[in-house]
Design a protein around this ligand. Structure first.
Ligand code: PMP
Length: 393
């Protein structure tokens, strides 16, 4: 009977988290997680790089380091943002963080007092909603359609809602829907946030994993007022276990994040930063990303083809141009929860879509991950899921 802070009342083990445990049973074909394919981790290369690095600069590497991060890694990130995301930032305006997940927590810490409003896409990334939730905000969901967030709806909300502190968005291959915002949407969105001076947290963990179409400019690259904070990560292009992410923001805003970082953990693992940096010196990260893209594109194509073949009429799904996820919408009257339970009986799993809505529940959707399962399990899993949907109709 210890007395915890009131924020903990919102952080109790959710039903969804309990359901996720079911999906982790080893005999289940799981489309539930968001895990990269481990067979592509550059294990040998990292072993070699780490060995050489410790011998070469172990004394500095194992010592405390600056909060902002390893300068040569920040320089490489700035170059990568220019090359891959068409976004020019000064290396000094980049802070290395412990995964981009840490930036989500920091944004909550920086902006939110209890009762303040966070805006997000409806639906949005569960991990971000959980991170913000600790700061006891209200969530207001901005309507979306297949083209992403609808800027006119955001404008209406901002006209009538007080205390909106920031908006959290994932314009490229969104988690959970796999949708990408069009160019017009991006422009219109920037007009709206500029009009209201609304800070923007642009989360882009999947941008480099594009399987078709052309890259669109980041919101950060279109920002003229210093409102956009861009979050990047090595988790999906390299390895998530290293926990390396970054935030790029206008200098005075970045220095607020640096203050928070300093009090949270002083700095991100100097060793891990060194490993990523040395890997990029000695190997070609672009070549590695190409391999990831080729494998995931193949898996995406296979899962789309299988759904086309086996799913009953009336079930709809998004066609992601990249990233790890797609979004199923079941026919009117078919409960996602019932389908989920049936799926578990048949040893296949996705995540019930309602997990990704902070307020509004629909019981109609499911998030599907396609990056982690081999071909035969993808086909078998979709066949089982098709059967489960039919039994719930
Ligand atoms: N944002 C989004 C949209 C994600 O999907 C994830 C991880 N799945 C993260 C942030 C966190 O990633 P990481 O902390 O590994 O960089």
């Amino acid at each position: 009977n210890m007395k915890f802070a009131t924020r903990m009342e919102r952080m109790q083990a959710s039903e969804i988290r309990e359901l996720l445990k079911l999906t982790a049973q080893p005999d289940i074909i799981s489309f539930a997680g968001g895990l990269p394919a481990p067979e592509l981790f550059p294990v040998e290369e990292i072993a070699k790089v780490s060995h050489d690095l410790v011998l070469k600069e172990g004394r500095q590497l194992l010592q405390y380091a600056t909060t902002e991060g390893r300068p040569s890694l920040r320089a490489k990130i700035a170059k990568r943002m220019a090359d891959k995301y068409h976004t020019n930032v000064d290396p000094d305006d980049i802070l290395i963080t412990t995964g981009s997940q840490q930036c989500l927590d920091f944004a909550g810490k920086l902006f939110l007092d209890p009762g303040d409003v966070v805006l997000c896409e409806s639906p949005s990334y569960l991990g971000a909603l959980n991170a913000f939730n600790a700061y006891q905000p209200k969530f207001v969901e901005v309507p979306t359609d297949n083209g992403g967030l609808i800027p006119e709806e955001l404008d209406k909300i901002l006209e009538t809602t007080p205390n909106c502190k920031f908006i959290y968005v994932i314009p490229d291959f969104q988690n959970p829907t796999g949708r990408t915002w069009s160019m017009e949407r991006r422009q219109k969105f920037m007009e709206v946030v500029n009009k209201h001076n609304l800070p923007v947290l642009e989360d882009n963990p999947y941008g480099e994993l594009r399987y078709e179409g052309t890259i669109l400019p980041s919101l950060k690259s279109m920002d003229t007022k210093g409102l956009v904070m861009f979050l990047g990560t090595f988790s999906k292009i390299f390895c998530p276990g290293l926990r390396l992410g970054w935030i790029a923001a206008e200098h005075s805003l970045l220095s607020e994040f640096v203050k928070i970082k300093q009090s949270a953990d002083l700095h991100t693992s100097n060793f891990d930063q060194g490993v990523a940096d040395a890997y990029m010196e000695q190997y070609d990260l672009d070549e590695h990303v190409k391999e990831i893209v080729a494998l995931y594109k193949h898996r995406r194509d296979l899962i789309l083809e299988s759904m086309e073949k086996y799913f009953p009429a009336g079930t709809e799904w998004t066609h992601p141009e990249g990233g790890l996820f797609l979004w199923l919408t079941f026919p009117e009257g078919v409960s996602a929860r019932k389908v989920f339970n049936k799926c578990i009986e048949m040893k296949v799993a996705g995540v019930i879509g309602d997990a990704f809505y902070p307020n509004q529940k629909t019981d109609r959707s499911m998030r599907i991950n396609y990056s982690n399962m081999p071909d035969d399990r993808i086909v078998e899993g979709i066949q089982r899921m098709a059967k489960a949907i039919k039994e719930c109709m």
